[in-house]
Design a protein around this ligand. Structure first.
Ligand code: ADP
Ligand code: MG
Length: 575
C-alpha cells in the first residue's frame, strides 16, 4: 500500500524534493541552535565581551531568516504538493467510476459515492504533504539529538531517551486504532450522505405522503450513528494526545533532573546543561507535531484505503485489447442463443435467437417483467450477455470499442434524465459540438418549437434538477431532439411514450416516426396502437419469444398477441 501511495508523488518529484530538502534543512538548523547557545554560554560569556555576543546574535538572525524562508517553502509548496496529489486521486477515482457498468450502479448509493469523491479524500493532502517529511524529520532529529547528547554526557542521554520507545509504541498503536475508527466514520458518513441524498431527492414523495415525521426519525438515526462514531474517534484521540503529552513532559523532566544532577556533580558545564535542555526540547517537537497531526493522519490513511478499495473494483465491461472502432454501422442485428442473468442470478433471458435487418422497425411487446428492456440493454452493452453472442453487421459487439458501439445506438427511455442546466445544454448533449442551426433543426424535428417559444428564456431556460420544470411530454421531446442530433443508425425506444396521455403521445409519435426513418429501430411499447405499423412485432414472455410477425399476421394467428390486443381494445365494461 505504501508503494502505491508513493506512486502518486511521481509527477511531482521536483516539488517533493524541494519540500523534503527544505524541511530537512530546517530540521538540521533547529538542531544547530542549542549547540550555538551552548557555545555562547561556555565560550563567549566568560570573555565578558559584548561585541562577541552581538556577533553571535547576528549569526542567529541570519539563521532565523533562512529558517523563515524554509518555513514558507515547506508550508506553501508542501501543501501544494499535497493538494495536487489529492486532486489526482479524486480525478482518477472519477474516471474509474465512469467506467463502471450499469450493474455497478444498480447496487450503489449516490450519496455514498459522493463522499468517496469528496470527504474521504479531504485529509489525504495533509498526509501526502507531511507524512514522509515528518517521519524522516522525526527520525533524523531524534538521531541527531541523541548523537549530540551522547557527546555531552552518555548516561544523561540514555536516561532522557529511555521514554522514546514508549512514545513510538503509543504513536503506532493509536494511529492504527484511529485508522480503524476513521474507516467506520467514513462508512457512517457515506450512509449519512446517502440518506441525505435520498431524503432530499425524495422530498416530494415525503411531502405528498405527509411522512415528514418518519423521514425525520430515519435521518436522526443516521445522524446519531455518525455522531457516535465521531465521539469514539475523539475518545481515542484524547487518550492518545494526553498519553503523549505526559510522556513528552516526562522527557523534559528527566532532562532537567538528571541534567541538574550531573551539573551539580561537575560532570556538565552550565552551557552544556542549557544546551541539553534545549536539545531535549528540539527533539520532542517533531513528536509533538505528529501528536497534533494524529487527527488528520488516520483520516488520510483511512481515506486512501477506501480509495484503493474502490479503484480495485475493476469494471466488468471494458474494451478488448484489440477492440475495433466501428463507424457507420448499417444496423443488421443478430442475437444468437443469448442468455442473461442479473447479478442476483435470476435468469431473465434464456437462449434468445433473433435477427433484425437494417432499416427494420421491430416492436417488442409482452407483459411487464418479461425482459424486453433487458434484451435491448444488451445491445449497447449496458449489461453483458451471460451466454451467446450479439452481432451488428456481422461483427460481435464485444469486438467493438464500447464508445464507438454506443455512438451507433441511441436510446430513448420512459424516464428521461435531464442535467441541471439550460434547455440548450440538454439538447446539445446529443452532439456536444452541435451548431446553432443543428440545434434549431433538432428542436423543429422534435416538435419542441412551441415549447421553446413558451419558455421565459427560450433555449436558455434552466430546466431544474432532473428537468422538474418541464412536463413529461416536454422532457420526452428534449430526449428526442437529442437523438436527432446524435443521429445514430440504430434506435431503441423503450416505452418512450408510455407515461404520456394519448394526445401528447400522438404528437410525440409523429416525432418518433420521423426519427425512426432510415434507422434500425427497436421499439418497446405498452400501447399496441402505437406499434401497428412495425415491420415485425415480437411477443415476449418470461419463457422467451412466444411469436413474431406483422400485426395482421399475428392477429390472424389468434395467439398471445391477439389476446393482448383484444384486452386493450375491447376492455370488458365493469360496473
Ligand atoms: P420489461 O422491460 O419487459 O418490463 P425488464 O427487462 O425490465 O422487463 O425486467 C425483466 C426482469 O429482470 C424483471 O423480473 C426485473 O425484476 C429484473 N430486473 C430488471 N432490471 C434489473 C436489475 N437492474 N437488476 C436485477 N434485476 C433486474
Ligand atoms: Mg421495461
Amino acid at each position: 500500500m505504501l508503494a502505491r501511495f508513493f506512486r502518486y508523488y511521481r509527477p511531482y518529484r521536483g516539488l517533493f524534493l524541494l519540500d523534503f530538502c527544505c524541511a530537512i534543512l530546517a530540521g538540521v538548523l533547529e538542531l544547530a541552535f542549542p549547540i550555538a547557545v551552548n557555545q555562547v554560554i561556555d565560550k563567549i560569556m566568560p570573555q565578558n565581551n559584548f561585541r562577541y555576543v552581538l556577533l553571535a546574535s547576528l549569526g542567529l538572525l541570519l539563521f532565523y531568516i533562512i529558517n523563515t524562508l524554509l518555513q514558507y517553502i515547506v508550508v506553501y509548496y508542501g501543501h501544494k504538493l499535497g493538494v495536487n496529489i489529492e486532486t489526482d486521486m479524486r480525478n482518477e477515482l472519477f474516471q474509474h467510476l465512469q467506467e463502471q457498468p450499469f450493474e455497478y450502479y444498480d447496487n450503489q448509493k449516490t450519496g455514498k459515492l459522493m463522499s468517496r469523491l469528496t470527504t474521504d479524500l479531504f485529509e489525504i493532502s495533509e498526509v501526502a504533504h507531511h507524512g514522509p517529511e515528518d517521519v524522516f524529520i522525526t527520525i533524523m532529529t531524534l538521531l541527531g539529538a541523541f548523537i549530540l547528547m551522547l557527546q555531552m554526557h552518555v548516561q544523561l542521554a540514555l536516561a532522557t531517551f529511555a521514554l522514546i520507545p514508549l512514545i513510538t509504541f503509543a504513536l503506532v498503536f493509536f494511529n492504527k486504532k484511529m485508522t480503524t475508527v476513521n474507516t467506520d466514520i467514513y462508512e457512517n458518513l457515506g450512509e449519512f450522505n446517502a440518506g441525505v441524498e435520498a431524503a432530499v431527492s425524495g422530498i416530494r414523495v415525503t411531502q405528498s405522503f405527509a411522512n415528514e415525521a418518519y423521514e425525520k426519525k430515519r435521518f436522526f438515526r443516521l445522524s446519531e450513528l455518525y455522531r457516535q462514531s465521531k465521539i469514539v474517534f475523539y475518545k481515542v484521540m484524547a487518550l492518545s494526545s494526553s498519553y503523549n503529552y505526559f510522556m513528552i513532559r516526562l522527557i523534559n523532566l528527566f532532562a532537567l533532573i538528571f541534567g541538574a544532577y550531573y551539573t551539580i556533580k561537575g560532570e556538565l558545564t552550565y552551557g552544556q546543561f542549557v544546551g541539553f535542555i534545549l536539545l531535549a526540547n528540539v527533539f520532542v517537537r517533531p513528536i509533538e507535531k505528529v501528536n497534533n497531526m494524529i487527527e488528520s493522519y488516520p483520516k488520510g490513511i483511512a481515506g486512501f484505503k477506501r480509495l484503493t478499495e474502490e479503484l480495485d473494483k475493476k469494471p466488468t465491461i471494458v474494451d478488448r485489447p484489440n477492440a475495433k472502432m466501428v463507424q457507420h454501422l448499417k444496423g443488421d442485428i443478430a442475437y444468437q442463443n443469448v442468455s442473461f442473468a442479473y447479478a442476483d442470478h435470476t435468469k431473465v433471458l434464456q437462449d434468445i435467437s433473433l435477427t433484425i435487418q437494417a432499416g427494420e422497425t421491430v416492436a417488442f411487446v409482452g407483459q411487464s417483467g418479461s425482459g424486453k428492456t433487458t434484451l435491448c440493454n444488451l445491445l449497447p452493452r449496458f449489461y453483458e450477455a451471460t451466454e451467446g453472442t450479439i452481432t451488428v453487421d456481422g461483427i460481435d459487439i464485444k469486438e467493438m470499442t464500447l464508445a464507438s458501439l454506443r455512438h451507433q445506438i441511441g436510446t430513448v427511455q420512459q424516464d428521461v434524465f435531464l442535467f441541471p442546466g439550460t434547455l440548450r445544454e440538454n439538447i446539445a448533449y446529443g452532439k456536444l459540438d452541435a451548431t446553432e442551426a443543428e440545434i434549431i433543426q433538432a428542436v423543429k424535428l422534435a416538435h419542441l418549437e412551441a415549447v421553446v417559444r413558451q419558455m421565459p428564456q427560450g433555449l436558455e431556460t434552466i430546466v431544474g434538477e432532473r428537468g422538474v420544470k418541464l412536463s413529461g411530454g416536454q422532457k420526452q421531446r428534449v430526449a428526442i431532439a437529442r437523438m436527432f442530433l446524435k443521429n445514430p443508425p440504430i434506435l431503441i425506444l423503450d416505452e418512450a411514450t408510455s407515461a404520456l396521455d394519448t394526445e401528447t403521445e400522438t404528437v410525440i409519435q409523429e416525432s418518433l416516426n420521423s426519427l425512426a426513418k432510415g434507422r434500425t429501430t427497436l421499439i418497446i411499447a405498452h400501447r399496441l396502437a402505437t406499434i401497428k405499423h412495425a415491420t415485425r412485432i415480437i411477443v415476449m414472455s418470461e419463457q422467451g419469444i412466444l411469436e413474431q410477425g406483422t400485426h395482421e399476421a399475428l392477429m390472424a394467428n389468434n395467439g398471445p398477441y391477439r389476446k393482448l390486443y383484444d384486452a386493450q381494445f375491447h376492455e370488458p365494461v365493469t360496473v
